[in-house]
Design a protein around this ligand. Structure first.
Ligand code: CP
Ligand code: NVA
Length: 303
């Protein structure tokens, strides 16, 4: 049994299988062809933080695969009344085939997985957001071909998205140029990298964007860090992705953002709503790659 708790829980070969399978699944979805490979299977979705895309993409995706879903939140389940995570894992995984969790500490999802009889998928933790980066790389491949050897500029917080980009670069052979304000740097040990070869740190966000094939950012204040919001607004003021930064990147560079976005904070409206932005494809592709991922975790390779 395989869990998907971090990006590198799949090998490069397995990622490439999931991308190829997602392309097939997307094509069938667009032509209204049935693809019921998970008929009669049930996905439990546990949300301890808010969500729009993750909820809709997993729920719609599971129905499209012929399965069904159970939606739980901290507020409407015994999880919010201190039932031990280990007990919750034992119970939920006896009644369902797959579990997706969005929560706070990575250790929480690891403890759940250690006591689960079924595969567990990380739908975002404080440390990682692997399903989002699967969708982002799938989107890059759709638009530009292989990401191997390319350069991704990360402008902003050294957060769950940044950690996951770094893990993906380490696994799939591309480079990340990271620029964060002082005090919000990435931590290589949290990112869980094999080496420091796949990323470079820049003090100046404009220099990080120079020649990049993809420029990406995220909110300045992630879920769970709201108390730091005021300090972060000040610290991040020079880390707003602008047209000047996009102009420093390669002429065919893409702009990505996992969403939700705050125009005028981490990105200017004319960048996110401009011609280089592929944010809506990114959002849609969450559903296609996650369908491929769920199918792979439950059924293995099908072609
Ligand atoms: N990108 C993302 O995970 O969005 P949600 O928080 O809406 O799920
Ligand atoms: N870094 C953000 C991503 C939201 C999808 C957060 O954790 O809130």
């Amino acid at each position: 049994m395989k869990h998907y708790l971090q990006f590198n829980d799949l090998s490069a070969d397995e990622c490439n299988y999931v991308f190829a399978r997602a392309a097939l699944i997307k094509k069938k979805f667009k032509s209204y062809e049935k693809h019921h490979t998970l008929a009669d299977r049930t996905l439990a979705m546990i949300f301890e933080k808010a969500s729009t895309r993750t909820r809709v993409s997993f729920e719609a995706g599971m129905y499209q695969l012929g399965g069904s879903v159970v939606h739980l939140t901290t507020g409407d389940s015994q999880l919010g009344r201190a039932e031990p995570i280990e007990d919750s894992a034992k119970v939920i995984s006896r009644m369902t085939d797959l579990v997706m969790i969005r929560t706070f500490e990575q250790t929480k999802i690891e403890r759940f997985a250690a006591h689960s009889r079924v595969p567990v998928i990380n739908g975002l933790t404080n440390e990682f957001h692997p399903c989002q980066i699967l969708a982002d790389i799938f989107t890059y491949i759709e638009q530009r071909g292989s990401i191997a050897g390319k350069t991704v500029a990360w402008v902003g917080d050294g957060n769950n998205m940044a950690n996951t980009w770094l893990q993906a670069a380490d696994l799939l052979g591309f480079t990340v140029h990271v620029s964060t304000p002082s005090g919000y740097e990435i931590d290589q040990s949290i990112a869980g990298l094999r080496s420091a070869d796949s990323y470079r740190v820049f003090d100046d966000p404009l220099s990080a964007c120079a020649g990049a094939d993809l420029v990406t950012t995220d909110v300045w204040t992630s879920m769970g860090y709201e108390a730091e919001n005021e300090a972060r607004m000040k610290a991040f003021a020079s880390w707003r992705v602008s047209n000047t930064m996009m102009a420093a990147a390669a002429s065919d560079a893409l702009f990505m953002h996992c969403l939700p976005a705050h125009r005028g904070e981490e990105v200017d409206a004319d960048v996110i709503d401009g011609p280089q932005s592929v944010v809506w494809d990114e959002a849609e592709n969450r559903m296609h790659v996650q369908k491929a991922l769920m199918e792979y975790l439950l059924l293995g390779r099908l072609d």
